[in-house]
Design a protein around this ligand. Structure first.
Ligand code: WT7
Length: 638
C-alpha cells in the first residue's frame, strides 16, 4: 500500500481508524517507512504513561529537514515551498522554491555552526513572520540543534524567562516588526531580555524595518553579514528519533509557562499524516495557515506538516484588518489559496465588519476552510461557511494542543460528514476517553465529561523541559494511565465530539492560552496589590476575556490610574495579550474556610450572571460576595 496516499472516503477513514486502534504500531510503522531515515528503528513503540515515557521509532536516526527539503528536490525542486505575503500589500510577495529554501536553510545552518552551535544546543527565535523565521527553525533542525520560538508579542521579561529556562545560547531576532500600521521595535526587547539572560552568547539580527538599533559589539551580528561568510552546503546531521526537535513554551493552570518538548521521528510522521489527510492537500494547491510561528499551529501546520508533504505553504506577516478588513480575502484571491486555516476569533472580528469586505474578492479557489484554537461558535461557523466557503467548502475544525503537536479530533475535508461546532471524530491513532469526576471512563454516546487519551500517538508531549515531574503531574497525574487534555467534551448521540472548553484554570483569549495564575502573579507585582484572582468570561470577539479581581492595600485615590498601572505591569511581565478587559478593586475574595478561592462565584459575576451564585454558605465571609456583586463589571478604558 502506498501510505502517502490519502484517505479518500468516509468508509476508508473508518477502516483506517480501526486499523490504527487494532495495531497502532503496525499502522504508524507503515507511515514512518515512507520517509528518509539514516538508520532504521529497532522498535516502533515503547511506552508507559506512569513515567511517563514514550519512545517512537527507537534506534532510528534521521534528519527532519531531509524529509522537508532534500527529499523533494528531484520531484518538486522548482515548486514554491514558502510563499510569503508581506504586511504592506504594495510590497512584493516572496516565493522560495524547494531548491531555494533548501539552500537558504543549509546556508543558515552553517551560520549557526559558525556561532559554535552544536547538536542539542538550544536556539531561541524572537522574530516576526518573515521567511527567515522558518529558515531559522529548519536550519537549527538541520544540525540537530533545538529551536525554541518565542512569540514576538511577549515582553522582554517573558522572553528572558524562556531563554533562561531553555539555556539558549543564541537569540535570532530582527531590527523591527511590521504589524498593520505599527512598526514595533524587536531588537530592543531582546537587548533588555539579555540583561537578565547571561546564557546568550550571540544575537543575530535580520534587517527588516531598518529601525535604528543599539549594538553590543561581539554579541550582535547582522544576519546578512553572517550569511555572506558561509558556504551553502550543509549535510544534515543524523539525530536519534527521540532527540529533541523543539521546545515551545505554553501556559498551564499553575506557575510559570512550561517548555513542552517534542522529539523528531514521531513528530515528523504525525504532522505529515494529519496535514495531508485533514486538509486533503493536492500537489498544486496553495495552503495558507494564518497563525504565527510563535505558536504550535505555526510549527506543525505552517512549517513541518506542509513541507513534509511537499506543499506550498504561505506565511503572512500582517494582520487581518490592515489595510482593511478585506486583507485575508484579498490575499486569498491574489495567491489563489486553496486551503485557508484561521482562528474563530479572527472570523468573529471580520464578521463584525460586514460582508462587503468579502464580496469584493474572488474566493472561488478555496476548497477547504480550517478553524483552530478554541471552540467555534455556531454563528461564526455559519458565517465562515456561507460567506467564505460560499456554502460548499468543508470546515475543518481541528482540535488539538501544544502538547499534542498535531490534530486530535478533526474532520477530514469533504470526507467526514460535518456538524457545525463539532470537531467531529478522532484522527486515526487517537484513542479518546471521556472521564467522570471519579476517574471512571464514561462509555456510550450522549455523554459529557473530561477528555483524555488512552494510548500514545507519535507526537505526544515527551516531557516539560528541565522538569519531568511537572509533565507527569499536569498531564498524566489526574487519571491513571491517561493523558488528560484539560478540556471538557461532549460525545453526542452520533459519537461526534464537541469540545466545551477548559476545565482547569487556563483561559483562552483570542485563541491564546493563558494561565490565570500567571496573570495574577504579574498583577501582584504592583506595590499596592495584596492579592488578586483572575477568571475568564465570555467575550464576543475574543472568545474569552480576562477579568481581574484585585484587593488593594490602600483604596486607590484614582482607580483609572491604578488600572493603567496594573496594565503596564502586565505588559511588562507578560505582554499586551495578557491585559485584562476588566479590573475590579474588591474588599475581599470569596474564600472557603480552608482558604481556597471559590472561582465559580467570580466567574459568575464576571459573566454578569449573579442570579445563581449557588451555595455560598461555606465561605469564610459570605458578605464579600455582595460587595463584589455591587461593584461588578466596571469596564476599562483601553
Ligand atoms: C487549547 C490548546 C491547537 C493549536 C492552537 C492552540 C483549545 C484548540 C480547539 C478547537 C475547541 C480548541 C483547547 C485546547 N482548542 N483548538 N478546534 N476546538 N477548542 O493551542 O495554545 O496549546 O491551546 O486550545 O482548549 O486545550 P494551545
Amino acid at each position: 500500500m502506498d501510505v502517502r496516499r490519502r484517505i479518500t472516503s468516509f468508509d476508508e477513514y473508518k477502516e483506517e481508524y480501526q486499523k490504527s486502534v487494532d495495531n497502532p504500531e503496525g499502522f504508524w510503522e507503515g507511515h514512518a517507512e515512507s520517509f528518509v531515515w539514516k538508520k532504521k528503528w529497532d522498535k516502533v513503540l515503547d511506552w508507559n504513561f506512569s513515567g511517563p515515557e514514550v519512545k517512537w521509532f527507537e534506534g532510528g536516526e534521521l534528519n527532519i529537514t531531509e524529509n522537508c527539503l532534500d527529499r523533494h528536490l528531484e520531484e518538486r525542486g522548482d515548486k514554491v515551498a514558502i510563499l510569503w505575503e508581506p504586511n504592506e500589500p504594495g510590497e512584493a510577495a516572496i516565493k522560495l522554491t524547494y531548491k531555494q529554501l533548501h539552500a537558504k536553510v543549509c546556508e543558515f545552518a552553517n551560520v549557526l555552526k559558525a556561532q559554535g552551535i552544536k547538536k542539542g544546543d538550544r536556539v531561541c527565535m524572537y522574530m516576526p513572520m518573515i521567511p527567515e523565521l522558518a529558515i531559522a527553525c529548519l536550519a537549527a533542525a538541520r544540525i540537530g540543534a533545538v529551536h525554541s520560538v518565542v512569540f514576538a508579542g511577549f515582553s522582554s521579561n517573558a522572553l528572558s524567562d524562556r531563554v533562561n529556562d531553555a539555556e539558549a545560547r543564541v537569540i535570532l531576532t530582527s531590527d523591527g516588526n511590521y504589524r498593520g500600521k505599527k512598526n514595533i521595535p524587536v531588537k530592543s526587547v531582546v537587548d533588555q531580555a539579555c540583561e537578565t539572560s547571561p546564557c546568550v552568547e550571540s544575537v543575530i539580527v535580520v534587517q527588516r524595518t531598518n529601525a535604528e538599533v543599539t549594538w553590543v559589539d561581539g554579541r550582535d551580528k547582522w544576519w546578512h553579514d553572517e550569511v555572506a561568510k558561509v558556504d551553502v552546503n550543509c549535510p544534515a546531521t543524523a539525530v536519534a528519533s527521540e532527540d529533541m526537535l523543539f521546545i515551545l513554551y505554553t501556559s498551564g493552570s499553575t506557575g510559570q509557562p512550561k517548555g513542552v518538548v517534542h522529539t523528531t521521528g514521531g513528530y515528523m510522521v504525525y504532522t505529515d499524516y494529519t496535514f495531508r489527510n485533514a486538509f486533503q492537500y493536492n500537489e498544486d494547491d496553495v495552503y495558507w495557515c494564518t497563525a504565527d510561528i510563535g505558536w504550535i499551529t505555526g510549527h506543525s501546520y505552517i512549517i513541518y506538516g506542509p513541507l513534509l508533504a511537499g506543499a506550498t505553504t504561505m506565511m503572512f506577516e500582517g494582520v487581518p484588518t490592515y489595510p482593511d478588513a478585506g486583507r485575508f480575502w484579498e490575499v486569498c484571491e491574489k495567491h489563489k489559496v486553496n486551503q485557508f486555516y484561521t482562528a474563530p476569533t479572527a472570523i468573529r472580528a471580520l464578521q463584525a465588519y460586514g460582508t462587503e469586505f468579502v464580496e469584493k474578492y474572488d474566493l472561488s479557489s478555496i476548497k477547504a476552510l480550517g478553524s483552530v484554537g478554541e471552540p467555534i461558535n455556531e454563528e461564526a461557523w455559519q458565517w465562515y461557511h456561507k460567506n467564505i466557503g460560499k456554502g460548499n467548502c468543508p470546515i475543518v475544525d481541528t482540535y488539538w494542543q501544544t502538547e499534542t503537536a498535531g490534530f486530535l479530533i478533526s474532520p477530514l475535508a469533504g470526507i467526514t460528514p460535518e456538524k457545525p461546532t463539532y470537531a467531529t471524530l478522532p484522527m486515526p491513532g487517537i484513542q479518546l476517553a471521556i472521564m467522570d469526576a471519579d476517574g471512571n471512563e464514561i462509555e456510550g454516546n450522549g455523554v459529557e465529561g473530561n477528555l483524555c487519551i488512552k494510548y500514545p500517538w507519535p507526537s505526544i508531549i515527551r516531557t516539560t523541559y528541565g522538569n519531568h515531574d511537572r509533565c507527569k503531574e499536569v498531564y498524566f497525574g489526574t487519571y491513571k494511565d491517561m493523558y488528560f487534555t484539560g478540556d471538557g467534551c461532549r460525545r453526542d448521540e452520533d459519537g461526534y465530539y464537541r469540545i466545551t472548553g477548559r476545565v482547569d484554570d487556563v483561559i483562552n483569549v483570542s485563541g491564546h492560552r493563558m494561565g490565570t495564575a500567571e496573570v495574577e502573579n504579574a498583577i501582584n507585582e504592583h506595590s499596592n496589590v495584596v492579592e488578586s484572582a483572575v477568571v475568564g468570561f465570555p467575550h464576543e470577539i475574543k472568545g474569552q476575556g480576562i477579568y481581574a479581581y484585585v484587593i488593594c492595600d490602600e483604596i486607590p485615590a484614582d482607580e483609572d490610574t491604578f488600572r493603567t498601572e496594573v496594565l503596564k505591569i502586565i505588559t511588562k511581565e507578560i505582554g499586551p495579550i495578557a491585559k485584562p478587559d476588566k479590573i475590579q478593586v474588591v474588599p475581599g475574595l470569596p474564600k472557603t474556610r480552608s482558604g481556597k478561592i471559590m472561582r465559580r462565584i467570580l466567574r459568575k459575576v464576571a459573566e454578569g450572571d449573579v442570579s445563581s451564585l449557588g451555595d455560598t454558605s461555606t465561605l469564610l465571609d459570605p458578605s464579600v460576595v455582595d460587595s463584589i456583586v455591587s461593584g461588578a463589571l466596571v469596564p476599562i478604558k483601553d
